[in-house]
Design a protein around this ligand. Structure first.
Ligand code: GLU
Length: 313
């Protein structure tokens, strides 16, 4: 066991060091998200990677300790809370299929009568946020507590500047929310739902925080470090399945083909992937590809699963 741990320590660390060198030429090929003005200011040269193993080991390189805007990655926390509190009733309001459309698309919502395709497209995440607000008297505090518990880090916080910036410019999300309301699939006041949603997206975390926070998904719902139960094994399996099919915007097939792990990305340039039973790996590089996924981050994860031969397939 000791030998194994030492072997992995050297192996994982040297693999991520090597990857961070190899992806360097790609850092300027992506485009930093600019539709949220506060995100446009982030340097495209940032790159970090962190691994957390179910045995409690941590490996990191580059800017892995720097906090960035988790954006859509935070949708996994809200979903885990709501799956726990609402059970299957959630699925009467949101589907579980890949959308095959951009994450902020309005058209599909009309064709499908106000039921979003999945919990990770923006329309679906707005419904999940609405559900979370029905189940929690203090949604922003409760969500923050949940994320802090998952990450084992009581200092995590929202980035209020990013939340305000998105609130000022998030007209498409406002349109989606009003559209959902018109179909009767948003219960709370639209402005209140948007406010919680924008704060949720602004949650600032580092790669090290994210790798640790997703560890419960690699360990049947229980954080192996703190031994706290975050969700049941059935929910953990289902969240991984949803990340595999719907977690990478309109590029889930490509990511599955190239990386072979369930994952969740955000327009802040973060991606977290889960190897059930073994580890989680978080990567951050703000330059995005045309699908909205971190360009160098996707490549880094592809190289990781290539070098380690780790995949769920
Ligand atoms: N706050 C972003 C939005 O709603 C999240 C997008 C994302 O990361 O996918 O547009």
């Amino acid at each position: 066991m000791l030998h194994n741990a030492i072997f992995n320590l050297m192996e994982y660390q040297s693999i991520i060091n090597k990857i961070s060198e190899e992806i360097r030429p790609l850092l300027n090929n992506g485009k930093v998200a600019s539709y949220i003005p506060a995100l446009a200011r982030v340097s495209p040269n940032k790159f970090g990677m962190a691994i957390s193993t179910v045995r409690g080991e941590v490996f990191s390189c580059g800017d892995a300790g720097e906090r960035f805007s988790t954006q859509s990655i935070s949708k996994v926390f809200t979903l885990a809370m709501v799956m726990d509190s609402m059970g299957d009733a959630l699925w009467e309001r949101v589907g579980r299929e890949a959308s095959g459309n951009p994450f902020n698309s309005l058209v599909q919502l009309e064709y499908e009568h106000g039921i979003p395709r999945n919990p990770f497209v923006n329309a679906g995440a707005l419904v999940v946020t609405d559900c979370m607000m029905l189940e929690n008297a203090h949604p922003l505090d409760d969500l923050l507590d949940f994320a802090r518990k998952c990450a084992g880090n009581p200092t995590l916080d929202y980035d209020r500047e990013v939340a305000a910036s998105e609130k000022a410019t998030g007209h498409r999300n406002a349109a989606l929310a009003w559209f959902l309301k018109s179909y009767g699939n948003l219960v709370n006041d639209v402005d209140k739902v948007l406010d919680v949603y924008f704060h949720q997206c602004s949650l600032a975390m580092s790669c090290t925080d994210l790798a640790r926070a997703f560890l419960f998904l690699a360990h049947g719902g229980t954080d192996p470090v703190s031994e706290k139960i975050i969700c049941g094994p059935r929910q953990a399996k289902r969240i991984n399945a949803l990340m595999q099919t719907c977690g990478l915007y309109d590029e889930g097939g490509e990511f599955t083909y190239r990386v072979g792990l369930p994952g969740k990305s955000g327009v802040g340039g973060g991606i977290v992937a889960v190897m059930p039973g073994e580890l989680t790996i978080a990567v951050w590089s703000p330059g995005l590809n045309s699908a909205g996924n971190s360009l160098a981050g996707s490549k880094a994860l592809e190289l990781f699963t290539t070098y380690t031969a780790k995949s769920i397939f």
